[in-house]
Every structure is written in C-alpha cells, then in structure tokens.
Design a protein around this ligand. Structure first.
Ligand code: PMP
Length: 301
C-alpha cells in the first residue's frame, strides 16, 4: 500500500515532524537488517479508536529485540503510551502502527558492539492490504528455520527471504507466495499465515518456520464461536492444493481469501462459506462489536 503521510513520527521519545524523521547512512540496521519490528492495527470502533491486541504485539516486539540482544531504553508501558499519543496527535483511526527497534550509528562491523538501540514508531492511515482474492504460487525459497533464526522473532533481516519469494512470484504474475519449510511442509506467506479448510475444519501449519501470528492465534480461538473446529498440525502441499477453502491472515492482511494455487483452483474458485464467516467474525471483533473479545482491544482515549 502507498504511504499516506501523517504529521509526526515518534523517535526515541520525541515527536518528530514527518520530513525530519531521518537516520544516518551508517545506521547498522541498514547494512545488516539488524532491526526488529511489529505491525499493529487500530480500527475505528463503536466506542472510539481501538488497537487490536496491543499487548501481544509489544510482547513479541520485546521477544524479537531480546533475540538480537538489544537493550531498549523504553518499557512496554512507555511504548504503549507513545503509540496511543501518536495516534491522537496524528488524528488517525483506521491505521497501521509500525514500531521499529534498530541498531543505530556506532560501528561498521557486523557485530553491533557499542551500537545504540534506537526506537521509532510510525502510524499511517490504513485500509485493506489486498482488495482482490489471491492467486498464489509456491515459492522455491524455503522459509527460515530455527537453525537459521530465532523462532517467533520478527527480525528485519529475515524479510530479505520474503522479498526474494515475492519477486519470484510477482514476475510470474501471481499475487502472493506460499513458502515451505526446509522439510517441504507448508509454512506461511512472506508476511502472513495460512489456513486451509477441509471438511468444515480449519487447519493451519504448526511449522516452526512460520511466525506464530497474532491473527492466526485469534482465529484459532474465535473459530469455536462460529461452530468450526480449528487446529494446527503439519500441512503438506497436496493438502493445500486439495483444500475446500484457503486464506492468508495477518495484522495488515487481515483475512485474504486464496482462490488458486499454482493455477489450480481452490474449491469452486470463489470465496468459501467458512472463510466469509471467519472474516465477518474477525471484523466484528476488531471493530468492538463483539463484547466477548473486548479484552483484546486497547482504546485510545
Ligand atoms: N508471518 C509473517 C512472516 C509476518 O510478517 C506476519 C505479519 N506480522 C505474519 C505471519 C502474521 O502475523 P500477525 O498476525 O501477528 O500480524
């Protein structure tokens, strides 16, 4: 999605004007991908602007920063307040929130000795990441395994792997990639998790090469409310190709139906009933219409 500018970006405790939010070219993260980040979504809900599962996202941010031995100068509470204040002063509501923690300026070597840890937060207005149903292709690039990265950490450098897969499939005119793990089981998309529906049951890969997504976790929980069984286990290529329904999910992506894979139609090639039901339920929750899940929302007063 194209960037829609807002007035301010939060950088290390200060609200900096959009045009002044710059870093030095020797910033360690630019050279080595030594940054960690989150993608968080706020919604215009009935009772105000609501941030979806903010605590879970910040917990993952700290887990990621810890994986790279970063020393954050801010507590979770401080970052939470910074996010809420930034949303207020930028006057956004349906927004994508991007906190990024990065090794800054201080040393040109790979090992970030004496390199400071900086933090920035960006909020941009946001609608839907994908506006069409997706035609996807299985990538030749395997997703990182626990042998090459840290499970559950959203490390910027890992996304070079996603970019390779996206270029590979976009050059062949597909919308999105599906990535496997090193054992050939289905892992996830370049920036989203995947669910398949078979015989009215939702199944998502338990691959340790997939990010344990917060949307995925939410879907596993809410599925019960719509009378659908959902669980995680190993998933093969054959199973995704023969699924009744298929969809990607993630904070930015939300729930994006997949209608074909490697040019093979999924189900009847249309958005399936269970995908639609899950999507409706999810939108009701994030917009504060389902009070059962109000604990997942942090309101910006
Ligand atoms: N996998 C990857 C690689 C991602 O970047 C994302 C987006 N954060 C996801 C899955 C989905 O995670 P979440 O639902 O927490 O946004």
């Amino acid at each position: 999605m194209a960037i829609i500018k807002t007035k301010f970006i939060w950088m290390d405790g200060k609200f900096v004007k959009w045009k002044d939010a710059k870093v030095h070219i020797l910033t360690h993260a630019i050279h080595y991908g030594s940054a960690v980040f989150e993608g968080i979504h706020s919604y215009k809900a009935d009772d105000g602007t609501a941030i979806f599962r903010l605590d879970d996202h910040l917990d993952r941010l700290f887990h990621s920063a810890n994986a790279l031995s970063m020393k954050l100068k801010f507590t979770k509470k401080q970052l939470k307040d910074a996010i809420k204040n930034l949303i207020k002063i930028n006057k956004v509501s349906d927004a994508y929130i991007r906190p990024v923690v990065y090794y800054g300026y201080g040393n040109i070597g790979v090992f970030p000795k004496d390199v400071p840890t900086n933090v920035a937060i960006i909020t941009v207005p946001w609608e839907h990441y994908y506006s069409t149903n997706l035609r996807i292709m299985i990538s030749k690039y395997a997703r990182h395994s626990e042998k090459s990265s840290v499970f559950g950490a959203k490390i910027s450098g890992n996304y070079a792997n996603s970019i390779l897969a996206m270029y590979e499939v976009r050059k062949k005119c597909f919308d999105e990639a599906l990535m496997l793990d090193l054992n050939g089981y289905v892992a996830e998309g370049p920036a989203e998790n995947i669910f398949l529906v078979k015989n009215r049951t939702l199944i998502t890969p338990n691959s340790r090469s997939a990010l344990p997504g917060i949307t995925r976790k939410s879907i596993l929980k809410i599925s019960r409310d719509i009378g659908i069984r959902a669980y995680e286990r190993k998933v093969t290529i054959k199973e995704v190709k023969n699924a009744d329904e298929l969809f990607f999910c993630g904070t930015a992506t939300e729930i994006a139906p997949v209608i074909s894979i490697d040019n093979k139609k999924i189900g009847n090639g249309k958005v399936g009933e269970i995908t639609s039901k899950t999507k409706d339920k999810y939108y009701n929750i994030v917009r504060g219409k389902d009070k059962k899940y109000s604990k997942w929302l942090t309101y910006v007063e």
